[in-house]
Design a protein around this ligand. Structure first.
Ligand code: SF4
Length: 282
């Protein structure tokens, strides 16, 4: 029986990207190849907020008790090993059962499934077929993988996804690629993988989404888009304001919207911030 280490499983409104506003089940799996400590920090500096929280980890018994952060990766507990005990290992059968229980009609209607992380395309690719093949998932029609765009799809998983899509005409797979620019604190060559992202297009609708705070970030995004296009990337580009908390997000959302209009790109909000204050489980 397949298992996944699950950081969060919740029902909410998708706040970002193509499915913004769509009621969605979020399956957040544990583990990431990055740490993204640079978000919201001056260039070259790394956030220490996560360290401060980790130092008093014994105070937090549940994922939902963890403090929200203003800087760095806002889903730090879904990959930092110090928080790993807050993410249980669950069978794919029990995950499917929990999912249908949280759907308002106890079955899929027009809700969509978001598989996120951490980085959901690490080793967990092996377990998704068992989850999606569970009879309780039969009427699910739309899935998004929220990925950082650095992980190749295995041949087995690619074949599986093609079959999953072909067996019902209204099924749709999306790769929401949040490629990391230098403002994340990650190195360019580790984060910008045009050939990896281009390959996702063979299985599903693929788009790029960049987190932007400054003009310098915009210039980085333009440079990255040029490389993705050269490699054959055909999808749309979204830009989204930095900010896991409202005070930071509302500082630059209008600027980023203007940048999107100037570039002919798409603006993505972070609806979970104004709607739900980016609380855990939203
Ligand atoms: S890739 Fe995403 S989940 Fe991983 S550290 Fe960066 S922001 Fe966090």
């Amino acid at each position: 029986m397949s298992k996944l280490k699950v950081s969060e499983l919740f029902y909410s409104i998708q706040g970002e990207g193509r499915y913004m506003g769509v009621p969605s089940v979020f399956l957040r799996v544990f583990g990431c190849n990055f740490t993204c400590g640079g978000f919201g920090m001056p260039r070259g500096q790394i956030s220490l907020e996560r360290e401060e929280i980790a130092n008093k980890i014994s105070e937090f018994k549940n994922y939902k008790d963890l403090p929200l952060v203003h800087t760095g990766c806002d889903s730090y507990a879904s990959w930092d090993p110090r928080f790993k005990d807050l993410s249980p290992v669950l069978t794919t059968d029990s995950i499917a059962q929990s999912i249908v229980q949280m759907l308002p009609h106890k079955e899929w209607q027009s809700e969509h499934l978001v598989i996120t992380g951490g980085e959901p395309l690490l080793g967990w690719q092996r377990a998704y077929p068992a989850l999606l093949d569970n009879p309780l998932m039969d009427s699910l029609t739309e899935i998004t993988f929220e990925t950082n765009g650095t992980q190749e799809l295995s041949d087995e998983f690619k074949s599986y996804l093609k079959i999953w899509k072909r067996t019902k005409p209204n099924r749709e797979i999306t790769f929401s690629v949040s490629a990391k620019l230098p403002n994340s604190g990650e190195k360019w060559d580790d984060a910008i993988k045009p050939l990896v992202v281009t390959d996702y297009q063979s299985v599903g609708y693929t788009y790029l989404k960049f987190v932007i705070a400054t003009e310098e970030d915009l210039q980085d995004a333009k440079r990255a888009v040029e490389l993705y296009r050269k490699a054959g990337f055909r999808g749309p580009v979204y830009i989204m304001p930095v900010g896991g908390v409202e005070s930071v997000y509302s500082l630059n959302n209008r600027n980023v919207a203007s940048m999107a209009m100037n570039e002919g790109w798409r603006y993505s909000d972070r609806l979970q911030v104004p709607l739900f204050k980016n609380e855990w489980g939203t």
